[in-house]
Write a protein that binds this ligand. Structure first.
Ligand code: GRF
Length: 191
């Protein structure tokens, strides 16, 4: 089984779905930067160890309790970002080449990059009168929402859609596909 760390800082519905539904990987660690995040409760209920970390612990590998140190301690093979907003530092990308995966709630390269998260993404899709939107799963590199795309799925945007209704449609796609996409990636990449 591939040992997985999930980074999440909010609600955590994708994190929970991964915990419950992956077949080739096991979520052995949940990492979170927000003490009020509901994902912490989900991890606790699922029996997955959850650790809160600071920006310094993410960015400075030499620090005590650094995120890199935690990942090594838990023998993590693959990192999944599921609703995590901070930029992943270069040393982590070097330590996990091709082994950090993000999910984005739009069809990249559109509606990605710094500041494009949550409702802002869905508002931008509506403002541009797009007729479809969707999800993108991609490898993380040093730029926001930029690395190689490994999967996309689309859904229709209807004239009556609101940011909330689009968020719901996109979440449905995420919940339907994300665990399977990760299982396939584990197989293809030989992780
Ligand atoms: C998802 O829409 C994901 O695409 C984005 O953040 C959201 C997280 O949702 N990166 P949840 O916390 O998993 O419910």
């Amino acid at each position: 089984m591939t040992r997985i760390a999930v980074f999440a800082s909010g609600n955590g519905s994708n994190a929970e779905n991964l915990i419950l539904r992956l077949t080739r990987g096991e979520v052995v660690l949940l990492l979170c930067n927000n003490p009020a995040a509901y994902v912490l409760k989900r991890a606790q209920q699922a029996g997955v160890p959850a650790v809160l970390f600071s920006r310094e612990e993410l960015e400075s590998p030499e620090r005590e309790h650094s995120v890199l140190g935690l990942l090594r301690e838990h023998r993590v093979d693959l990192i999944i970002l599921a609703g995590f907003l901070w930029k992943i530092p270069a040393h982590l990308i070097r330590a996990y080449p091709g082994k950090i995966v993000n999910i984005h709630p739009a069809l990249l390269p559109k509606y990605g990059g710094p500041g494009m998260y949550g409702d802002r993404v869905h508002k931008a899709v509506l403002d541009h009168r797009e007729t479809s939107t969707g999800i993108t799963v991609h490898i993380v590199d040093e730029l926001y929402d930029h690395g190689r795309v490994i999967f996309q799925a689309t859904c229709k945007v209807d004239p009556a859609d609101t940011p909330d209704s689009l968020a719901q449609k996109v979440h449905e796609l995420e919940h339907m596909y994300f665990p399977g996409v990760i299982d396939d990636y584990i197989k293809q990449a030989g992780l």
